[in-house]
Write a protein that binds this ligand. Sequence first.
Ligand code: GLU
Length: 486
Amino acid sequence: MFGCVLRRVCWKRSGARRSVCTTQPEVRVRFAPSPTGFLHLGGLRTALYNALFAKQRRGAFILRLEDTDRARLVPGAADAIEDMLEWAGIPPDESSRRGGHYGPYVQSERLQLYSQAASSLLHTCHAYYCFCTNQRLELLKREAQRSGHVPRYDNRCRHLRPEQVQEKLALGVPRVVRFRLDSGAEPFQDLVFGWTRHEVAAVEGDPVLLKADGFPTYHLASVVDDHHMRISHVLRGSEWLISTAKHLQLFRALGWTPPAYAHLPLLLNRDGSKLSKRQGDIFIQRFREQDVLPESLLDLITHAGSGFNNNRIGRRLDELIEEFNISKITTHSALLDLDKVHEFNRVHLQRRIEDPHTRVELMEELRQRVLHTHGSDISDHAVLEPHYIQRVLQLRKQLKDVSAEAADIAAAVIQLVGAGGSVSSTERLNRELKLLTSRLNTTHSSLMRVLRLALSAQQKGPSVAEMMLSLGEQEVCVRLQRALEP
Ligand code: GLU
């Protein structure tokens, strides 16, 4: 009863060649984080490249939660991951929150599928029960370390006779299910790393598929889900590249066609060091709290990596989708310069101000924030009017446009006014401003434009001198100073 009923099937080595279809199969990709922590830049990068690939090909982007490592689960992480994807503007098309035809999208709710797959592998002798105790495995590990070898399971239970297996099962001896690795290595063509071949059986012992608690390991669950969820392409970090040989063997043993694989290069700090979660500053939530715009973060991540025909600052999601080119992803590490996040943010904030749609949203957000932060302190409610907020935003932009000269002009006028006496009549003011024009080597119209914008956030209105006179020395200095703030 516990022997293999079927003889092991020997599959034809087909490399990664996929059957040629006349119609393109539907593109379905997945982001499969383990909710053992919150979403960080590395995870967002993987999610983003999957989303870009799916959206470019009108496919589906799926969020699957790989929560089978029960001991390391972090409460709240699963929800927070999806919240962050939504914030970033790349919500999944299918997930436990959104639903979909291929759910459940949480592995702990799919246990039956994994045990079915494990049974089928046991049945065809691609898998076997292993009764080795933790003490024995520990001993093997220590012996290997002592002799300078990489620890690996010695596949002892592979060789148990059917009646021995039957006896142990009848006695209820704790067991796991292991996959019988094939000694040949199937080459496959990774969409980023090219032809790859990894002789996994030469370096590793047979891997566990089902643990003693009945939960699957990552390898089994990931393969079973990629099959049942009809995943067409797996885009994931290059740390999984060597696991792919194992996954391909599992696909073949189960009689399934594997997806295509694309492994994304490592994402590192600019100095080549590892992005460390312990630094705390790579969590997406942190950027959000610091008012980093989501599009700035996506732009920063893709700017560091490859996968585009050209590299420029200021791309928004629709442009990233359009310009993404998977064949341009290179194998060398992507170096992320976190110090640049503010530069990216300035560029994207400016784009939001310029775009009429995003400007309206931004204005409303600003209004809510002013209300929230200053609420009862606001004496002049005109500052909450849309046209006032719009003027402030536009002033920021117009001043930026003339910023090269604006700083010098404003500083010189502050000095002039601060010295006293000049804001006494329009004639005197006009005389002094004219002298300033030649001293600063600028034109009268530039000087007036800067002052008008800085003082009134308008391009037209009463004469600048009249305005200065009615505002008074102190208010002129305050407004000029404020206009110069970054
Ligand atoms: N759960 C794995 C992770 O968190 C997913 C790896 C994969 O995409 O296959 O990285």
